[in-house]
Design a protein around this ligand. Structure first.
Ligand code: ASP
Length: 325
C-alpha cells in the first residue's frame, strides 16, 4: 500500500511588495517589520498546530497585521484623495469554495473579520460601503472612528501624492476620462495577506488593504475581488496578492495561477512563475503573490525589488524576508 506523507501545516504571510531596498529601512525599522511578521506567523501557526482550520489561521494572521500601523491595512491604511481611509478585505475557504469580501469600509477595525462574517453569516459574497458597515455593526464587530486609522506617515504620503499629482495633471487633482491613473507615488504596496494549509489538508486565503494612496473616492482594488487578489481551492492553490490592483484585476491573477494548475497541469511553482513573469510582466503590472498548495509546496514570488514576506511550516520557526536576496 502506498503511504502518502501528510504535508506539514503551513502558513505564509505578506505585508506588501514594492520598491524595497536595504537602504530604505534602518536596522531598527527592519527589526520592527520582522517582529510583526513573526507575530502574525506565530498567531496562525499556534492555531494550526492545535488543529484549527486554515481559515481561522489566515484570519488570525491578517488581524495581527491589520492592527499594526506599519502596514497598509486596518490601522495604518493609506488615504484616499479626499483624505479618508476606505478599506477592502476578502477571505476564501478552499475546502468549501465559500468566499466573503467587503469594500470601502471606513470604521471596521479589522476588515478581514467583516469579510469572514460576510462569508459565514450574510448569505452573500460581497458587501460594500454602508451596507458592509451596517452588517459589521449588526455582527458586533469592533468599530473605530477616523482617528484610529489616521497615521502621520500615511497622511504625509497623501500630501506627497497630492503634490505630485498636481504637477502630473497640470495642477488639476482630477483625471479626465480616459487618462491613465498615475503610478502609485511611493511604489510600495503595504497590503497584507495570508494563505494556509491545515492538518485536515484544507487551504484558505485572506487579504486586507487600505488600497492605494490618493486613490479616487469609491475606488476598489484587487484585494477583495475573488479571483483577482484572493483565491483558494483545495484542488489547486490558495493565493493572496499585493501590487497595483488594476493590473491584478485585469489579469485575474490569483485565479490565473489556480487555473494553470487545474487546466494545464502545471505545478504551483510553474503556474506562479508563468502568471507573474509571463502575464503580469507583459502588462507592466508590479507586485507579488504568496501561493500554497495542499502538498505544502509554496511560492513567495514578486517582480518588484522586495516584498515583506514570511513562512512557517509544522513546528518550525518562522522564516522572514524583505528584499530580493
Ligand atoms: N493591491 C492593492 C490595491 O490595489 C494595493 C496593495 O497591494 O498594496 O488596492
Amino acid at each position: 500500500m502506498q503511504v502518502i506523507a501528510q504535508a506539514p501545516v503551513t502558513l505564509l504571510v505578506h505585508g506588501g511588495a514594492g520598491t524595497l531596498r536595504r537602504a530604505d529601512l534602518s536596522p531598527t525599522q527592519e527589526c520592527e517589520y520582522r517582529e510583526i511578521l513573526d507575530q502574525a506567523l506565530r498567531a496562525g501557526q499556534t492555531l494550526l498546530l492545535q488543529g484549527g482550520t486554515a481559515l481561522d489561521a489566515v484570519v488570525a494572521a491578517v488581524c495581527v497585521l491589520e492592527d499594526c500601523p506599519l502596514f497598509n491595512a486596518g490601522k495604518g491604511s493609506v488615504f484616499t484623495h479626499e483624505g479618508r481611509n476606505e478599506m477592502d478585505a476578502a477571505v476564501m475557504d478552499g475546502a468549501t469554495g465559500q468566499a466573503g469580501a467587503v469594500a470601502g469600509v471606513v470604521s471596521v477595525r479589522n476588515p478581514v473579520l467583516a469579510a469572514q462574517a460576510v462569508m459565514q453569516r450574510s448569505g452573500h459574497v460581497f458587501l460594500m460601503g454602508q451596507g458592509a458597515e451596517a452588517f459589521a455593526r449588526a455582527q458586533g464587530l469592533a468599530l473605530e472612528g477616523p482617528e484610529y486609522f489616521h497615521t502621520a506617515h500615511r497622511w504625509q504620503q497623501l500630501q506627497t501624492a497630492l503634490a505630485q499629482n498636481q504637477v502630473m495633471l497640470d495642477h488639476d487633482g482630477h483625471r479626465s476620462q480616459g487618462q491613465p491613473a498615475p503610478e502609485p507615488i511611493d511604489r510600495k504596496f503595504g497590503t497584507v495577506g495570508a494563505v494556509a494549509l491545515d492538518a485536515q489538508g484544507h487551504l484558505a486565503a485572506a487579504t486586507s488593504t487600505g488600497g492605494m494612496t490618493n486613490k479616487m473616492f469609491g475606488r476598489v482594488g484587487d484585494s477583495p475581488l475573488i479571483g483577482a487578489g484572493t483565491y483558494a481551492c483545495d484542488a489547486t492553490a490558495a493565493v493572496s496578492a499585493t501590487g497595483a490592483g488594476e493590473f491584478f484585476m485585469r489579469g485575474v491573477v490569483a485565479h490565473d495561477i489556480a487555473a494553470r494548475m487545474a487546466y494545464g497541469g502545471l505545478s504551483l511553482a510553474e503556474a506562479t512563475q508563468a502568471t507573474l513573469h509571463e502575464k503580469l510582466d507583459a502588462t507592466g503590472g508590479r507586485g507579488g503573490v504568496i501561493a500554497l498548495d495542499r502538498h505544502g509546496h509554496y511560492q513567495l514570488a514578486f517582480n518588484t525589488e522586495g516584498m515583506y514576506r514570511g513562512v512557517v511550516q509544522g513546528e518550525g520557526p518562522p522564516q522572514i524576508a524583505i528584499y530580493r536576496d
